[in-house]
Write a protein that binds this ligand. Structure first.
Ligand code: DNO
Length: 357
């Protein structure tokens, strides 16, 4: 397991790379060019600049999260071919700086969704919260406005202004889309890009739907064991793989996350490891990483990776904002650094235990 840390890039992150380098066990960062709209080709000099900034700090850059998929690809519109061509150009350029994994998602319109970005946990810390009742009664537009007001102008990936401008119209475009059609659109994309991914040796790693159930009546694809199997069989190449996000998959308590990890381990190229705490009625908040703090069995999750001899990349995922840290919701320095130390502690214990038997 290669431990990395998500960093949002120069001008988009308050955490200096030098601090990230000081976290024990961290080899590199996973980043992106946040200014790029979905469908745009990434310029060679911008890619080189991003690479230089990271590697000059002594960290590796081998994973990108994300190169976003243009909505026309997800909708299966005729214009998708142009955006697929652009995607391939970006992949080619990223391979030149040594990128090994691209994390992306195929969620319609929204990427992730929460009801509160800064939910007060009562001990001076705060965290992201998904209030199931609230999401059922709000509108996507109202949610976007709430994020904009609460985040103090931070551009949240997945909630970019150009996406939000047409959010209601885009949601409407999905109103007649069946799940079968959605899978067919994904297959069209995969069949076009996976041969290039193989040639460039870039592993494509799709992120699960977050949350893993339908909101605003939108289709879902990476949300259960059965659907993951179906997605992976759309294109059987190992380069068509997964980002296994424990907090996304685990937000549906019918999903057995450790079993999913074991079953699909050879197709998992990137792991997002975090815990969450269910409250009532399908609501949950993002807790600190240890098992005792949330509802997921983090030992069983890490053991499933360890037993599968997982050699891919992993990062701690959303943490709380603690010790008065201000920054991107879910992506503070302190709680994620604590998370890494905990995860690597579990890993060391599993390693030692294996050697002693
Ligand atoms: C949320 C993230 C997601 C993820 C994308 C990948 O914090 O896990 O936004 O980066 O879905 O494309």
């Amino acid at each position: 397991m290669k431990m990395i840390f998500r960093w949002f890039g120069t001008g988009h992150d308050t955490i200096p790379l030098s601090y990230i380098r000081q976290i024990p066990g961290v080899e590199g960062v996973v980043t992106s060019l946040l200014s790029k709209a979905a469908g745009e080709v990434w310029e060679t000099d911008e890619i080189a600049g991003m690479h230089k900034t990271v590697t000059d700090s002594g960290l590796k850059l081998e994973v990108i999260e994300s190169v976003n998929i243009h909505e026309d690809i997800k909708l299966g519109l005729p214009s998708r071919d142009l955006y697929i061509e652009n995607y391939i150009k970006t992949m080619e350029r990223l391979s030149k700086i040594g990128i090994k994994v691209i994390c992306y998602n195929f969620m319609p319109v929204l990427d992730w969704a929460r009801s509160n970005l800064y939910h007060d946990l009562g001990d001076g810390s705060n965290t992201m919260f998904f209030n199931a009742d609230f999401i059922k009664t709000t509108t996507p537009k109202a949610l976007a406005d709430k994020y904009a007001a609460d985040s103090g102008g931070i551009a949240l990936p997945g909630w970019e202004p150009e996406r939000l401008k047409k959010i209601e119209a885009t949601i409407e475009q999905y109103s007649t889309m069946t799940q079968e059609q959605y899978f067919a659109n994904a297959k069209y994309f995969l069949d076009a890009i996976i041969p290039h991914a193989e040639k460039l040796d870039i592993k494509m790693a799709i992120h699960p739907d977050d949350p893993p159930f339908s909101i605003f009546s939108l289709p879902r694809m990476i949300n259960s064991r059965e659907n993951i199997e179906k997605f992976l069989s759309l294109n059987k190449s190992r380069h068509n793989g997964l980002t296994l996000c424990t907090g996304s998959i685990g937000a549906n308590c019918d999903n057995d996350t450790p079993a999913i990890i074991r079953e699909f381990s050879d197709r998992i190229h990137f792991a997002h490891i975090r815990n969450l705490k269910f409250t009532e009625g399908g609501s949950f908040y993002e807790s600190a990483h240890p098992t005792a703090c949330g509802s997921l069995d983090m030992y069983a999750i890490v053991k499933a990776f360890h037993d599968s001899k997982f050699e891919g990349y992993a990062r701690p995922d959303h943490g709380r904002m603690i010790w008065d840290e201000k920054g991107r919701p879910g992506y503070g320095l302190y709680d994620r650094a604590l998370g890494i130390t905990y995860l690597l502690g579990l890993w060391e214990a599993l390693e030692r235990n294996q050697r002693n038997h």
